[in-house]
Every structure is written in C-alpha cells, then in structure tokens.
Design a protein around this ligand. Structure first.
Ligand SMILES: Cc1cc2nc3c(=O)[nH]c(=O)nc-3n(C[C@H](O)[C@H](O)[C@H](O)COP(=O)(O)OP(=O)(O)OC[C@H]3O[C@@H](n4cnc5c(N)ncnc54)[C@H](O)[C@@H]3O)c2cc1C
Length: 354
C-alpha cells in the first residue's frame, strides 16, 4: 500500500497516495518533476497538511511533499531586507527567526501551522496581517509550461484567504518566496482590536517586536487557535469555514443581534463564521458527525477523534453549513482543501499561459 496521507495531515485522515515523493533538495526539483508526471491526476502538492482534508480513498496520482528548508537575508538598502525562504520552511520557524533577527512584517503570523510555501495559497493571515502584505516575488513551477517562472504579487490575485494558487488548483507549485521586511525594534501597527486589548495598547500602536509576537502566541493558545500536540483537539485543520461575504442588509441584522461584521479594504462586508455557527447552537465540544466534534475551545474548529473518517468530516461540514444557511440564509464555504476535487486539468504543454 502507498504512503497514507493520514500520516501527513494534521487531521490525520486520508488514504494512500499512488506515489508519494518528498522534495528536500532544490537542485533536484527538475528530476522530481519528471518522476511525478504520469497517470490521470495532476500531482498534488502538500506542505504541512494543516489545511488539507484528504479523501479516505487517498489520492489517485503523485503527492509531492515540500520539505525544502532554508532562509537567506539580502539587504535592500535603508532598513529593508528581502528574506528568501524555501517552500518547506515551517511558517512558525520563519516568524520566530525574523523576530529574533529584529525584522518586522510577519510577526503576527506566529503560531500558524504549515509551510511558508503554502501560505500564499490561501493568503494565510491572522491578527490583521497576511502573507501577501510583504511578498516581493515567488518562484513557481508551472506544470502547464513544464518550467519554473517568477511571479510578482500583482500576478497572484490575492484576496481574503484566496489567490490564483487556490483558483487554479494544482497548476503552480511554489518553490520559494521573497518577503520584504523592515529592521525595526517595534512591531507593525496593531490592526486587530483583540490583540490591542491583550497588550493594553490602542489600535495603531507599535509595541516592541518580540513582545507583540509573544502576545500573539499567548492569545492563540488562550483562544484555542494553536495546534495541540495531544488531547481531544489535536487532530484538526483550524477554522473550517471562511468568513462569508454579506449584504448591507445582512450586516445591519447581524449588528442588531450583537454580532461582529468585518469590512475589507475593498469594501466587502463579512460576517464572522464562528459567530454565525454559535447562533445555530453548535457549541464547543458538541458532536457533529461520527468521530467529528466542535473543538473544546470554539465551534469553528472541527476535530477528528478515533472513529472519524474524511467522509464523516465532510458530513460534519455539511451539517454546520446547512444549519447556518437555514438560520441566516448565508452560505458558508469550507476552508480546508480537498485534494480529490483538485484534478481540474491535465499535466502537459499547450494548455495556455497566463
Ligand atoms: C491550529 C490551526 C490554526 C490555523 N490558523 C490559521 C490562521 O490563523 N490563519 C490562516 O490563514 N490559516 C490558519 N490555519 C490553516 C493553515 O495552517 C494555513 O492555511 C497554512 O498556511 C497551510 O499550510 P500547510 O503547509 O499546512 O498547507 P497544506 O495543508 O499542506 O496545503 C494547503 C493547500 O496549499 C497547497 N500547497 C501546499 N504547499 C504548496 C506549494 N509549495 N505550492 C503550491 N501549493 C501548495 C496544497 O496543494 C493545498 O491546496 C490554521 C490551521 C490549524 C491546524
């Protein structure tokens, strides 16, 4: 039997991959791409597996786990540097490294599991910061063209928890990324009220860099946003739904009911998926489907327990989304990626550039 995806995802769900390759040496990438191509499905690229719901039947093709490590720092003049990071570098280690080096720009992304190469895929973000804020360029392998190319952030269609890597699944593999960071003893201005409260400062304040990074880790721990190494919530993929876009009328109704409404710089209003769920009566700790529970800390995180399967996890997602749709007339979109739904195109030339 092939390598089980359950052994490579934080939900610890998922059957075998037809073929499983681990990418550790950037110089060996061209050889690896030749080995990977073949069969009916596009290769599925895996980072830390913290945002992946792998199917019980596994993956009918090659899975490539990105495990390249390495960070280099290049001065850009003045107090700016460009940090070039290999895709397999854990995001948490990168944040810790940059804070220790006195580099500001990603300090609020500490404590998020997974790899740096996966972060641009859903434009991973937290506490008012997202990876696209500091990206300078990305080296990607284009499976359609069969070669590596460089992308600028403007090429990537970044938005709230989305990018072209998400909307064109499987086409582009991120090999390394460049980030522009500033040498500063202070953190970036705080844009997240909850964190400002935790640090007893006002929005827009710039607390000391290390203190801000530490406060994020402590706050994540207190609010059940960290990945425990053991216990009932150890098998999870973080929040299971994105904050949905809503109309002005829905925003008014939610505010009237005491719920939060977030507004993006582009004017899009979003409800809090967690708040919507709580209104439907799904409290922390509740069982939603066989082996699948809302986590002890929050309803928006689903955890897998002993008899959970990817199928029961999917059922749980449907149960929660249906409850919100029935009560609020708002459709939730799930956040974790399901590899078997990604085979939308075939490897090979002639499928167009862009
Ligand atoms: C406890 C917990 C807390 C979390 N908190 C947050 C949070 O605060 N904010 C947030 O945004 N997310 C959060 N997440 C979700 C997740 O950790 C992030 O989205 C993370 O960036 C995913 O990284 P990964 O390496 O684990 O991705 P994976 O699950 O391995 O992959 C996710 C997707 O990216 C693709 N991918 C992976 N690597 C590459 C690559 N090199 N090139 C191209 N595609 C690639 C995969 O094919 C898949 O489609 C949390 C998850 C957990 C478990």
């Amino acid at each position: 039997m092939g390598e089980l995806l359950a052994d490579h995802t934080t939900l610890r769900l998922g059957g075998p991959a037809d073929r499983f390759l681990t990418h550790t040496d950037p110089a060996a990438w061209p050889d690896l791409t030749h080995t990977a191509v073949g069969g009916d499905a596009a290769p599925f690229v895996l980072g830390g597996g913290s945002n992946t719901l792998a199917n019980d039947t596994g993956y009918p093709g090659t899975v490539i786990r990105m495990a390249t490590r390495g960070v280099t720092v290049r001065p850009l003049g003045s107090d700016l540097v460009e940090v070039v990071v290999q895709a397999g570098e854990p995001l948490g280690s990168l944040v810790a490294f940059t804070v220790a080096e006195g580099l500001s720009g990603i300090e609020y992304l500490g404590g998020i599991p997974g790899t740096t190469g996966a972060a641009p895929v859903q434009n991973t973000g937290a506490y008012g910061q997202q990876i696209s804020d500091t990206l300078t360029r990305l080296t990607v392998y284009d499976w359609n063209l069969g070669r590596a190319r460089e992308l600028r952030p403007a090429d990537c269609d970044f938005g709230y928890r989305t990018s072209r890597f998400k909307t064109q699944p499987g086409r582009l593999t991120i090999l390394n990324v460049g980030l522009r960071l500033a040498r500063h003893t202070c953190a970036s201005p705080i844009r997240y009220q909850h964190l400002a409260d935790a640090l007893a400062v006002r929005l827009g304040a710039r607390p000391p860099l290390a203190e801000a990074a530490q406060a994020v880790l402590a706050d994540r721990h207190n609010r059940g946003l960290s990945l425990p190494t053991c216990g009932p919530d150890a098998r999870q993929a973080g929040s299971v739904f994105l904050n949905p876009p809503i109309t002005h009328a829905q925003a008014t109704a939610i505010r009237a009911a005491g719920g939060p409404v977030h507004s993006s710089p582009n004017g899009t209003l979003r409800a809090s998926a967690g708040w919507l769920l709580e209104q439907t009566g799904f409290d922390p700790g509740i069982r939603v489907a066989p082996g699948v529970y809302c986590s002890q800390g929050r309803a928006l995180t689903l955890t897998a327990r002993d008899d959970a399967t990817a199928a029961s996890f999917t059922t749980a997602l449907e149960v929660l989304a249906d409850a919100v749709l029935t009560m609020h007339r708002i459709r939730l979109r799930s956040e974790p990626v399901q590899p078997n739904r990604m085979c939308l195109w075939r490897v090979g030339p002639g499928s167009g550039d862009g």
